[in-house]
Design a protein around this ligand. Structure first.
Ligand code: SF4
Length: 198
């Protein structure tokens, strides 16, 4: 759908230089999705893996050191990511993915950020391999829902609560209290929206 060089705004890699590759196509159907344009894969042009990575290298001026490539969507695991992750690695990028976990894992991925959605549950294999669990908090019941998935993650998985953007003012005070009482969780806010970068 699009690709661009920016700053990662969320989760463990918040604040890091990141090249985003957004793949078109998603059938998860979140009501609050902020990239609904991504849902219809057919509405976007097709690029080869080589074209995608060539553009990435151009935009980072050939210097991939310390730059993460973030494969996102849409739901990127609707596609087999073997070739894309291999070519990104050969170019020197670290490969991160942001997924709902609703489809089987593929590719050689260095960091899996799992953001499960109620509308289509994540697969157990993705939960077990997640490096980071990012729960979007839309209402109070989401804390229990977050714990249900945290209990299924592997040891060492980072746990983040992130307010849904339109509910941030309302949910943030509750989230701060919750994290103080359950300090295994950390707060993630979408800093890219505060600093006005994509
Ligand atoms: Fe939107 Fe992501 Fe939900 Fe798909 S999984 S509908 S892209 S928020």
């Amino acid at each position: 759908m699009e690709s661009f060089y920016t700053i990662q705004g969320e989760g463990l890699y918040q604040g890091r230089a990141a090249y985003f590759i957004r793949l078109g196509g998603c059938d998860v159907g979140c009501s609050w999705c902020d990239v609904k344009d991504s849902w219809d894969a057919g509405a976007h042009p097709k690029f080869s893996v080589e074209e995608i990575v060539h553009k990435a290298l151009e935009e980072v001026a050939g210097n991939t050191k310390n730059i993460i490539a973030v494969i996102t969507g849409g739901e990127p695991l609707m596609y087999n990511l073997d070739e894309l992750t291999d070519v990104l690695h050969k170019a020197g990028f670290q490969t991160n993915i942001e997924t709902s976990g609703a489809y089987a894992l593929s590719g050689n991925i260095d960091w899996i950020c799992l953001s499960p959605k109620k509308f289509k549950e994540p697969l157990p294999e993705v939960i077990a391999k997640a490096n980071e669990l990012k729960i979007i908090v839309y209402n109070k019941s989401d804390f229990d829902w977050a714990e249900k998935y945290a209990a299924q993650t592997s040891p060492g998985c980072k746990l983040y609560l992130q307010p849904e953007w339109s509910k941030e003012k309302q949910m943030l005070p509750l989230m701060i209290d919750y994290i103080k009482q359950h300090p295994q969780w950390e707060l993630s806010v979408q800093i890219h929206k505060y600093i006005n970068v994509p």
